[in-house]
Design a protein around this ligand. Structure first.
Ligand code: GLY
Length: 377
């Protein structure tokens, strides 16, 4: 084991141990004055990031065997039932919520209750499929601005949610979920991935035909720019779709996007900008995009020969090292690790901030590099 990785893992464990004692089965999103003051179980049970804390806990349970991580993760999973049974308010991001909680639990402990939660979440995601347009729709009317109709909208983030469908298909030994995931991936590739490996965030499709009507900037700078976290969703998401389908088109899509991202991230010493085509000032960074990219590069590395593997692993290491050295708060007395993230290029309320999913992807990247990860997707 390389020493820098061992040291990094020790720092992660110290930090997550301390956080687990402080927050247990509360649901964190971001800090206020270095503290997870708001419990999303109270603020918004449907919030798309509510699975990332249990995701961290299951990764740490798998890596260390510490029971306290498992207990806290199970506590969050039970709370999420309110969202699952509430149904209204759920969205395209249910994969992020239940792959990291219930499905992770089932995969590690065999809990049938957790398996059922996962299958129910998969059915909710599959229920969002539009067979005429061959896509899984994003959001609900109350999530978009007044006057906007999102019936035909798809977003790149969805690529990280469809592994829930691949899992469900295998679990119930029925290809229905698989075909929904594959048809959706094909629509995302056709409409949002550009020739040069960059991508848009939102595609507005005709809901009756699936025909592309327009692209929207979404959380990126503009409709023709490239939002860096969206790039990482595409890169990692297509690599995962390759894992589950073996379709070489998906691996090539992941690689093409990876090459674009690597070239751009290198220009800012491997801590990505919020958008690779944003103006020079303000120079917003998004470390969460870097860490999700690192995990995606390591996923690609799992599917290529030895020579190519080096390319992806080497760049994943550069990203993790750069972020661990320049963007992290390692003080166990304070909550959150990764700083310098951004939710949305144009939002004014969010400063350069910490985000719970950045910490999740840091943990996953470090564990992947150590060969100690648990595949949650
Ligand atoms: N899924 C929303 C985001 O990446 O911010």
């Amino acid at each position: 084991m390389e020493i820098w990785l061992e040291k990094l893992f020790q720092k992660l464990e110290r930090k997550f141990d301390a956080e687990c004692s402080r927050i247990g089965d509360k649901i964190p999103y971001w800090t206020e004055d270095g503290e997870y003051k708001t419990d999303y179980a109270e603020k918004n049970m449907n919030w798309w990031t509510n699975g990332f804390w249990p995701g961290i806990l299951w990764q740490m349970y798998h890596a260390t065997g510490k029971e306290r991580y498992r207990q806290a993760a199970e506590g969050v999973e039970r709370k999420l039932d309110k969202a699952l049974w509430g149904f209204t308010g759920l969205h395209h991001d249910v994969g992020f919520m239940w792959l990291h909680s219930a499905v992770a639990n089932y995969r590690l402990t065999g809990s049938t209750e957790s398996r059922n939660r996962g299958l129910l979440a998969a059915s909710i995601l599959a229920g969002r499929y539009n067979p005429a347009g061959r896509f899984i729709r994003a959001w609900n009317p109350d999530c978009v601005e007044e006057g906007q109709d999102c019936t035909g909208w798809i977003i790149v983030d969805s690529m990280m949610n469809i592994p829930l469908l691949y899992w469900a298909s295998k679990e119930v030994e029925d290809p229905r979920f698989y075909y929904i995931a594959k048809n959706h991936a094909n629509t995302v590739r056709r409409t949002l991935v550009r020739e040069d490996g960059s991508c848009g965030h939102i595609a507005c499709l005709n809901p009756d035909t699936g025909e592309l009507e327009k692209i929207l900037a979404g959380q990126g700078y503009s409709e023709t720019s490239s939002w860096s976290r969206g790039q990482s969703w595409i890169l990692y998401g297509f690599a995962l779709s390759y894992r589950y389908t073996g379709d070489p088109v998906y691996l090539n899509t992941a690689k093409k996007t990876a090459h674009y991202v690597i070239a751009n991230a290198a220009l800012t010493d491997y801590v990505p900008l919020c958008d690779y085509r944003q103006p020079a000032e303000p120079a917003y960074l998004d470390a969460s995009a870097g860490l999700c990219t690192a995990c995606g590069l390591l996923e690609i590395a799992d599917h290529v020969g030895a020579e190519e593997k080096r390319l992806y692993r080497e760049h994943a290491e550069r990203i993790v090292k750069a972020i661990a050295e320049t963007c992290c708060d390692w003080d166990p007395g304070r909550d959150s690790i990764v700083q310098n993230c951004k939710v949305d290029y144009h939002s004014t309320g969010d400063r350069q901030t910490d985000l719970i999913y950045a910490d999740y992807f840091l943990a996953e990247a470090v564990l992947r590099l150590m060969g100690k990860e648990f595949l949650i997707w």
